[in-house]
Design a protein around this ligand. Structure first.
Ligand code: SF4
Length: 217
């Protein structure tokens, strides 16, 4: 019987990614080995922060909500052994499934139809050394790359990263997310235009709608 340590499950509006604005069921797994400087869910970092849940109970919760999207996030979801069973079960239901991961773990075992969002760690996160670069070698349709930027240096590092790994930004959406309270989105917008980048400015919509401190939104 597969069990996972779950921090919380709730229904919300997806606030990020190319599917921003879609109603979703969010499954947040507990536990993360990283310590990003800007983490906005530090309460989910300790593995003991979550409660053990049976896979069947998680799936029952998802089925009850009947949302068109399920977002699996954390914490770091790939840090738990049972994640692949959960993703397999979710893939058998009608909703789109997104997995948001730090990219510190191997994402190759996560097959379609799961859409993988890799949150590439910039120097400003303090966890840049945790990026598993081999994850960028077999990106596929449906995957997205996210960069949380804390300053101009992160932005320039991001541009170098796209170049070094030959990321085709017309095939793989690249989302630039200015760190809340640290970097003005207007600056990032101007940099994108000045550099003629084919990337997207991403705001965390939920923070604008419900406020930066609101939880479970
Ligand atoms: S990977 Fe995500 S959950 Fe883990 S510390 Fe970084 S921002 Fe927080």
């Amino acid at each position: 019987m597969t069990r996972l340590r779950i921090f919380e499950i709730y229904d919300a509006i997806q606030g990020e990614s190319t599917l921003v604005g879609m109603p979703c069921t969010l499954i947040r797994l507990a536990g993360c080995p990283l310590r990003c400087s800007y983490c906005d869910t530090p309460e989910a970092i300790p593995v003991q922060s979550g409660q053990m849940m049976e896979l069947d109970d998680i799936m029952q919760r998802v089925r009850t909500s009947q949302r068109p999207l399920v977002l699996v996030t954390g914490g770091e979801p790939l840090a738990q052994r049972g994640i692949f069973e959960l993703l397999k079960a979710l893939s058998g239901q009608p909703a789109i499934v997104q997995l948001e991961t730090s990219g510190a773990y191997d994402v190759h075992p996560v097959g379609p139809p799961v859409r993988r969002i890799l949150d590439i760690k910039t120097p400003g996160s303090g966890e840049c050394s945790r990026n598993r670069w081999s994850n960028l070698q077999d990106l596929r349709k449906g995957d997205e790359l996210k960069f949380v930027l804390t300053d101009r240096a992160d932005y320039e590092w991001m541009m170098d990263c796209l170049k070094r790994h030959a990321i085709d930004t017309s095939a793989i959406p690249v989302l630039l997310s200015p760190c809340w309270g640290l970097l003005d989105p207007k600056d990032v917008a101007q940099w994108i235009l000045d550099d003629h980048l084919n990337v997207r400015l991403q705001l965390q919509m939920h923070k604008y709608v419900w406020g930066a401190e609101a939880r479970k939104v």
